[in-house]
Ligand binder design. Structure first.
Ligand code: HEC
Ligand code: HEC
Ligand code: HEC
Ligand code: HEC
Ligand code: HEC
Length: 222
């Protein structure tokens, strides 16, 4: 649900709109059973607004309140967004818009510059958004994310790969991920793509406490 409030002198600018978002319980179309809206939201509620310090709309009635909760309605695993050809889904897109290909823009001389990598050190900055401890790779649902954001339609990516690749976007890193069952180019089948499991095994080595756990290389505490 969205409720929008416009400024008194509203002339159509998105920044003059503040939108409040909420998610209702979920009613099954199959048997009418009602359950809570239980999608995990793996970032803190202040995680965007500490830096993006306006709760006015970013675009399309989405704002930075509550860790971008309102973005998720349109940027999730099933909404196959181009997202400026940054990265798919919500997390990978946000990673990429700060440190990956999505963060690159051209300056006046046509030279490629980075949006934010120069002001936020990514390997020390996981805690800037993930403020409740190390992200648990074993808890990431083993389901695909539709991945038109890589530039080819009807493809999907495995979730841990998409999240890591958004920052680790060179060829050797991608090869390593593919050797361990990760993919960015799985064909979307005709039906029920969301029921398929992926074959990525990243958590075995990179979950917290494992031999190459992500907490050994990135910072999840302040
Ligand atoms: C540690 C500071 C920091 C945090 C935390 C942060 N951002 Fe950013 N973000 C930046 C900076 C700096 C830029 C680049 C400058 C700009 O475009 O505002 C940026 C750019 C972006 C962009 C691209 C902007 C554009 O105009 O295209 C998006 C989208 C974005 N951030 C979303 C988010 C979301 C969603 C969150 C929370 C989950 C978040 N950011 C958390 C600092 C931050
Ligand atoms: C009502 C739906 C909707 C909401 C809410 C929404 N978006 Fe989008 N977003 C879109 C559409 C549509 C596009 C462009 C088409 C595409 O990507 O396939 C887009 C594109 C983008 C892009 C690509 C670059 C650009 O600026 O166009 C970024 C980054 C992005 N959205 C981030 C966000 C963030 C962050 C939020 C929450 C603050 C958000 N979006 C909320 C629908 C939405
Ligand atoms: C600018 C904010 C921001 C920063 C900083 C950030 N992430 Fe994320 N990350 C997100 C968002 C947003 C999501 C998606 C959360 C969701 O969908 O509930 C996400 C999701 C993830 C996921 C998937 C988790 C899941 O449960 O599905 C992983 C893994 C991850 N991030 C790793 C990292 C690592 C490692 C770092 C530091 C190197 C990092 N992130 C830094 C915003 C950020
Ligand atoms: C927000 C960006 C970001 C995300 C997301 C991210 N990393 Fe990193 N990671 C970095 C940076 C920056 C370094 C420092 C590497 C360097 O200097 O090249 C690093 C270093 C590492 C290193 C050690 C150095 C190396 O390059 O071999 C490993 C291993 C690693 N990351 C694994 C992961 C895994 C696994 C994920 C996904 C679960 C992940 N990272 C997600 C930014 C990120
Ligand atoms: C058998 C153990 C193992 C598995 C499984 C595994 N990795 Fe790694 N990964 C490693 C080791 C070892 C390194 C190098 C660490 C270092 O540099 O100290 C590494 C490095 C990385 C890096 C940083 C590489 C770079 O060049 O920037 C990323 C990102 C990464 N792994 C992601 C993944 C993803 C995603 C998966 C699942 C698809 C995965 N890994 C599965 C052991 C593993």
């Amino acid at each position: 649900l969205r409720v929008s409030f416009t400024a008194k002198d509203y002339m159509g600018a998105e920044s003059d709109v503040v939108t409040i978002h909420g998610y209702t319980d979920v009613a099954s179309q199959f048997d009418g059973a009602v359950t809570a809206y239980e999608r995990r939201h793996n970032v803190g509620s202040e995680s965007c607004t500490t830096c993006h310090n306006s709760e006015a709309n970013f675009h399309k009635n989405g704002n930075f309140a509550e860790g971008g909760l309102g973005c998720v309605a349109c940027h999730n695993n099933g909404q196959d967004r181009r997202a400026g050809y940054s990265s798919p889904g919500f997390g990978p897109m946000v990673h990429s818009m700060h440190w990956g290909v999505g963060s690159k823009s051209l300056d006046e001389d046509g030279k490629e510059v980075s949006n934010s990598a120069s002001v936020i050190a990514p390997q020390t900055g996981c805690v800037a958004c993930h403020d409740s401890g190390v992200v648990d790779l074993n808890a990431v649902p083993n389901q695909f994310i539709k991945a038109r954001a890589y530039g080819v339609s009807n493809k999907m990516a495995s979730p841990i790969t998409a999240n890591c690749y958004a920052c680790h976007n060179d060829e050797s890193a991608l090869n390593h991920m593919m050797q361990n069952g990760g993919t960015t180019t799985e064909d979307v089948p005709a039906t029920e793509w969301y029921k398929l499991s992926t074959t990525e095994s990243c958590a075995t080595c990179h979950a917290e406490g494992s031999s190459f756990g992500i907490e050994k290389y990135h910072n999840f505490t302040r």
